[in-house]
Every structure is written in C-alpha cells, then in structure tokens.
Ligand binder design. Structure first.
Ligand code: AMP
Length: 442
C-alpha cells in the first residue's frame, strides 16, 4: 500500500516521501480516504499510530483545493468597545489536550504542509497572549489549540470560529479526563453545524462515546486496535518490588544499563517527579522533571535539552509527557505504575519512536498484579515478568503483614517521593549496580 492510492494530492504525497514516509499506517489507510470524502469520523487509535497525518493530510488537501476566504465580521455587533472590531476564523481547528501535543501537531502540520502557503496559529495555555494575538490578527488557516486558552480567546473576541470547515478533536478521551468537557461544548457551539468533525481517541467508550454523538453527524466509526506492530517494537517487562526502597534499588540498577541512551521515568504525581528528579540529579545524572506545574518556558527548555541529547533522563507525569516525540528515548520506566491501561499505552509510546525499538519497564508492587493483567488484556501483548539478579522480590509469603496490607495506590495529591533521596542514597552501591544492570534478565 502506498500513499498515492489514498486519494491524496500528488504534492502532499511528494512531501511525505521527503519526510521518509514510505507507506501509510493502518489508521492512515482507514481514515484518509473517508476524511477526504467529507465523512465525520470517530477513530479509536493510539499514540504513535500516525493519527496526526490521518487527520491533517485530508485537512490540508481541503485547504489546498479552495482559496482562503477573507476575514469575517464576527464579533462586530456584540463586541465591547475595546475589543477588536474584526476577528478572523480558521478553516481548520484542532483541539488537543496539552500544550506539548498541540505544539507537536503544529510541527507535524508544518512538515506536511511545507511549500504550501498556509498559516497556522497555536493557541495554548501557559504561553503569552501577545504572540498568539499577533498570529490571529491576520487571516490564518489552521488553529491548533488547547480548549481552555481557545475559550479565553473566544470570550475576548480575538478570533471567530464561524468559518471552521473541519474540526478535529485529538485525544478526546484525554481532554475529557482533564475536565475540558464544558470548554469543548462551548467551542463546538461557535462552529457552524455544516462542518466535518474528526474525533480521535484511545477509546470511544463511555463519556467519549457520548461526546462523539453530540459533535459528529452520521459519523463513521474506525477502530484501530492498539497497534500490535507498534507495541511489538517495544519490549515490555515488569519488575516486582517489595517496597519503596526496593523500587529505588531496581531503578538504580536499570539506570546503569549501558543500552539506556535516554529514558522517560514516569511518576504518579508532580511532587514525586520533582523529588525523583532532584534525587537523580544529586547522584550525578543529567536529568530533568516535566510536569503540569511548570511554566511553559521551562517545559520547552527541558524538552529541548532532551531532544538535543543534553539530558539522559526525564522524570515526568502522564499529562506533561503526552506528545513527546524524541527518537533517542530507548527506555520508558514506570516508576509508579500507570493508573489505567490507556495511560500505559501512552507512556510506552514515548519509546520505539521513528521505527526504533524500545524497552518499557514497569515497577510494580505485589498488589498490582491485577493492573498488569488489565494492561495485557488492553494491549493484547504480554508483559514479561523479569528479575534483576540480587534484587529479586521476596516470595509473597515472606512479606510482613503490614506491607501485604499496604493500599494499592496513593491518594491523589500525596507524594510518592517521600524520603526518596535519603533512601536511594543510603542503598546505592555503584559497582554492584553496574554488575546487576549488565545481568538484567527477562
Ligand atoms: P503520531 O501518532 O501522529 O504522533 O505519529 C507518530 C510518529 O510516526 C511521528 O514521529 C510521525 O512523524 C511518524 N509517522 C506517522 N505516519 C508515518 C508513516 N506513514 N511512515 C513513517 N512514519 C510515520
């Protein structure tokens, strides 16, 4: 299968060739022709599946096939005196849950649309308004936005949505998880009903299904199973830990693996990400934290250091790490297990990028076996239980009652990193660690 069988304009196919895309991915094969036909789509697909091209290529084709209309008069009648009298509307609107993902989509759009005279505006929270306002003060074609910031702009009258022809909801499940439902409904209410809506989500069940029903019309459902091909490129392992101190020793051994070039280490909370990052830094690792409480400038700076190879480890929370696409990431380490199977898929998708192989290691408490099985069922891929010689977990019967009774998960907002630095430091024995890492066996 090649891209020129999907109905795409030859200029777009030629661009894809320059980007090294040889053949379309399953989501692209299914979604591109349907989107080009103008159908509303509800697509279940995972991170790393190539979904950005699946919605952006048909959108670009639409823009290329008809000229950009002039500015709209939206906002003039009701605008407050100090508001701009003319607001421009994009023709394509992409809503994404996080800044990182939105910036990633914008970057991909620039790649797919290279050579075309298209203007994009990225309207995301945590960034100054000035540049965003400047970008939307002239006609533009594509807005890529997080719901909260877009709603702000709409309320200020700085842009209109009355010329939107294609609405994309990217990672709709995550937007709902993050509490954007009301903002999404507000935004959708400003877009003409005669639009095409493309909704992408890891799952189409539950609240996402309800949202899909509200925003799409006769939507065609496309289910792309969690990508066997993609996850097959990622070796998935689990290491059981008796307690927190054991976990830190396991992490220590993993980080000494000579095969580890760059790693993303996931924690359950922002505080835990900070604590673990500081602890690893004090041990001499080139490491940084990435979480939602950081200013956008800090987040960008951290991600750039990772991309440039100046940072070996990133300690991140789920939300902050979405959309990270750094080919050098060889390992994903779940220091805290993900809360749900979908988060697991998003996490491990940070490695094995750009056709490379990756290793995903999940550190689990004994009482998280059920979670592991849920993940295996969800992905359809087995996770191999591994041990590191000298750091095997105690047989379950040996565990003291207090540990066996420990709750499975911390309450939200409490720190996973309590005492991390001290505990990690007192147990570290570099030479033994190196030996252990070398003999890490599945
Ligand atoms: P996405 O799921 O859109 O975030 O894409 C994941 C990664 O796959 C990105 O690095 C894309 O540039 C890349 N990609 C998407 N489609 C293809 C394709 N057909 N061939 C090769 N790489 C692709």
């Amino acid at each position: 299968m090649s891209f020129d069988t999907l109905g795409l304009d030859p200029s777009l196919v030629a661009t894809l060739a320059t980007l090294g895309y040889e053949s379309p991915s399953p989501v692209q094969i299914a979604a591109i022709p349907a989107a080009l036909a103008g159908t509303d789509l509800l697509v279940s697909s995972q991170t790393g599946s190539g979904k950005t091209a699946a919605f952006m290529l048909p959108a670009l084709q639409r823009l290329l096939s008809s000229p950009r209309p002039g500015p709209t008069e939206a906002g003039t009648a009701q605008a407050a005196p100090m508001r701009r009298s003319r607001a421009f509307s994009p023709r394509v609107l992409v809503l994404a849950p996080t800044r990182e993902l939105a910036l990633q989509v914008q970057k991909a759009t620039h790649g797919y649309g290279q050579g075309q005279r298209l203007r994009t505006a990225c309207l995301v929270g945590g960034m100054p308004y000035g540049l965003q306002l400047k970008n939307i003060s002239r006609p533009f074609d594509i807005a890529i936005a997080t719901p909260g910031r877009l709603k702000d702009h709409l309320e200020r009258g700085s842009l209109a949505l009355d010329r939107v022809e294609i609405l994309v909801l990217d990672e709709a499940d995550r937007m709902l998880d993050m509490g954007f439902q009301e903002d999404i409904d507000f935004i959708v209410g400003k877009i003409p009903a005669a639009r095409q809506t493309l909704l992408f989500s890891a799952t189409l069940d539950g609240v996402v299904g309800k949202l899909a029903l509200r925003v799409t019309r006769n939507g065609q459902r496309i289910d792309i199973a969690p990508e066997v091909k993609h996850t097959a490129k990622i070796e998935q392992r689990a290491l059981f830990a008796d307690n927190f101190a054991h976990k830190t020793r396991l992490l220590d051994a993993l980080l000494r693996d000579v095969e580890l070039r760059q790693a993303v280490i996931f924690t359950a909370t922002k505080r835990a990400a900070e604590d673990l990052s500081e602890s690893l830094q004090s041990q001499g690792y080139a490491v940084g934290a990435l979480h939602g409480d950081m200013r956008q400038r800090e987040r960008n700076f951290t991600l750039q250091r990772l991309r440039d190879g100046n940072m070996r480890m990133l300690v991140a929370t789920d939300v902050a790490a979405r959309g990270i696409d750094v080919p050098g990431i060889t390992h994903v380490i779940n220091f805290d297990a993900p809360r749900q199977a979908e988060d697991y898929v998003h996490r491990i998708g940070r490695t094995g990028r750009a056709g490379r192989t990756g290793i995903a290691v999940t550190l689990l408490n004994q009482d998280e076996r059920g979670l592991m099985r849920t993940i295996e069922r969800y992905t359809g891929n087995p996770i191999e239980v591994a041990t590191i010689p000298g750091l095997e977990p105690r047989p379950r019967t040996e565990r003291p009652r207090t540990e066996a009774r420990r709750p499975a998960a911390r309450k939200p907002g409490t720190s996973a990193g309590f005492g991390y630095e001290r505990r990690a430091a007192e147990k570290r024995t570099p030479a033994r660690g190196a030996e252990r890492a070398a003999s890490f066996r599945r």
